[in-house]
Design a protein. Structure first.
Length: 411
């Protein structure tokens, strides 16, 4: 399983994601520190996700048709350069604009980098190793999520945003060097005659859409995941830093430790998927998603009864449980989707899956930011409302899970 190409893809991914995570973490704190507003924080981070949703399928087309290794190298180099150019503006009156540009740059990694990695793994690994390989890829991502917040919290507290910029730029450039050694098999794809590049892209996207339309159950499962991202995930991405920094008025190190704890839980989920992934059936995935839907109930109860002494521990514990289940679900579900997808459609289909799954993210950030400000003393009502939405969405998609049984048996 540990062939050279897979090892280089994983190392390059790890370094690049580390740079991404440490910078995103620091910029999130920087926004809250200079504005103190969850609404503005949610709006800016929401804007940064929109390009990912709109352009991710384009990144999938490029991943299928262009040398995947070269795309990874170029994206890392460009991101590092953009960070360097934006750096002076972070200390000016245009700081919020510079932060927005930087967050958009990090989105570019998602647009072009992620489809390349997802489309590469099935080409450099056998089906027998697919779930384990995807689990390792996810584990690397979550390990960087631990190291990023921990190191980011320390560097930001003692040396400020400058140290984060230096660390992330060096990491992006190092990743681009690492990726030079990757060799990924080329998949032959029709050039569609003398069609223009735009028409080729449109036809490629249509082919991927047709595949998803023909596999309606897959599409329904993706939508169920989208609802979870819309309702539950904002408590992780927006709620956790807002509770710690604004409501509890705790230092950035606490947020770093809490984020690391959530990430550690996700790593445990990845380990479970690695060991038991081949044994998880569609019914098991359904109950995992259902469990994710109810994970906010203890938070609602704790807020409702003003259990302030244990409130932070309950929040972190419940969100950590959600992150563990979320990683198990994503690894197994994506691996099964990959096995159902023809090789020449891997980049496009997986990019559509990612785009659809996160399309609720910017809207939820824009909505939940003001809601956290408005209901900071009545969070229980918000937690109960999103729990009901998540449960209804999961139950309505129950029959669609059966489409994964064939994949499970093949694994």
């Amino acid at each position: 399983m540990w062939n050279r190409n897979f090892l280089m893809v994983i190392l390059g991914q790890g370094i690049s994601l580390f740079a991404n995570n440490i910078l995103y973490f620091a910029l999130s704190l920087y926004i809250l520190d200079i504005t103190g507003s969850a609404s503005l924080f949610g709006l800016i981070t929401a804007l940064s996700v929109i390009p990912t949703i709109l352009l991710m399928p384009v990144g999938g087309v490029i991943a299928d048709r262009v040398n995947k290794r070269n795309v990874m190298i170029i994206i890392d180099l460009l991101t590092g350069l953009i960070i360097l150019v934006s750096f002076p503006f972070l200390f000016s009156q245009y700081a919020l604009y510079a932060i927005t540009i930087l967050l958009l740059s990090l989105s570019m990694i998602e647009i072009f980098y992620t489809p390349c990695v997802q489309a590469s793994i099935p080409l450099i690994q056998k089906n027998d190793y697919l779930i384990k390989s995807n689990a390792i890829s996810n584990q690397i991502a979550y390990v960087t999520n631990i190291i990023g917040p921990l190191l980011g919290g320390v560097l930001y507290s003692y040396f400020g945003i400058t140290s984060i910029i230096v660390c992330s730029v060096i990491s992006f450039f190092a990743s681009s060097v690492m990726e030079v050694w990757i060799r990924i098999p080329v998949v032959e794809i029709s050039n569609r005659g003398n069609s223009s590049p735009i028409k080729v892209m449109i036809d490629d996207l249509k082919e991927a859409v047709d595949f998803l339309v023909e596999n309606k159950s897959i599409f329904r499962l993706i939508l169920a995941g989208t609802v979870i991202n819309f309702s539950i995930v904002p408590f992780v991405t927006l709620g956790l830093p807002y509770f710690i920094r604004t409501i509890f008025n705790l230092p950035s190190e606490v947020y770093g430790v809490a984020s690391a704890f959530l990430t550690a839980s996700a790593i445990i989920g990845g380990f479970i998927a690695t060991v038991f992934g081949n044994k998880i059936t569609s019914k098991g995935l359904y109950y995992i998603l259902l469990s994710m839907s109810v994970c906010l109930i203890p938070i609602a109860i704790t807020f409702a009864f003003n259990m302030n002494d244990i409130l932070l521990y309950v929040i972190v514990g419940c969100l950590a449980f959600e992150q563990m289940l979320n990683n198990i679900f994503n690894i197994c579900e994506n691996s099964m989707f990959q096995m159902k997808t023809p090789n020449h459609l891997l980049g496009k289909v997986m990019s559509f899956i990612v785009a659809i799954a996160i399309c609720g993210d910017p809207l939820s950030r824009a909505i939940f930011g003001p809601l956290f400000d408005l209901l900071q003393n009545n969070i229980q009502y918000l937690a109960i409302a999103v729990t009901l939405v998540a449960i209804i969405s999961t139950v309505s998609a129950k029959k669609a899970f059966k489409v994964l049984d064939d994949c499970t048996r093949r694994l």
